[in-house]
Design a protein around this ligand. Sequence first.
Ligand code: HEC
Length: 148
Amino acid sequence: MKGILSCFSMLFLFISCNNTEEKVILENSKKGKIVYDMYEPSEMANLMNQMYAYNEGVKKTIIAGEDIEGFPLDFLKIHSAELSDFKKRNQTFESFSKLFIEAERELYNPESDLSETDRFNNVVNLCISCHQTECTGPIPRIRKLLIK
Ligand code: HEC
């Protein structure tokens, strides 16, 4: 329930999952206090934004018919990066991060039977699947990564 609430408030704050700080800022500004911008994205939020930017590049490369580079090892940080305060690593998160990393590895497997486009879309669909359980806010943005 808490998760659902945070994701709702997130919709009209930043399009992110990190709304704890913003809530404090809102409450303080209502009380007429001077508010400094204390928003500091978590390690995980930074990683997510990096993964987004990286995959935008991969999408362009695939569409252009050029060769994609090797598996981006930085993505393995998904297993250890610190989440925002209000979020906890749980079983669901762990299983989805494993599936996601497997899909990423498959994308860079030249022996795969699937086309590069299908493998890339599998990766993006796993981003979306995990977000459906954790945080729905960024989903419309993530969907734009899919290759039609
Ligand atoms: C295993 C689950 C999981 C997977 C897989 C996953 N995400 Fe996330 N994502 C999260 C969680 C949890 C957060 C919130 C992180 C936080 O606030 O600490 C998040 C946050 C985000 C954010 C918002 C970051 C911000 O500024 O607050 C974006 C954008 C995002 N993810 C994009 C992606 C993309 C693109 C992929 C795939 C390449 C992806 N995610 C894969 C769980 C996941």
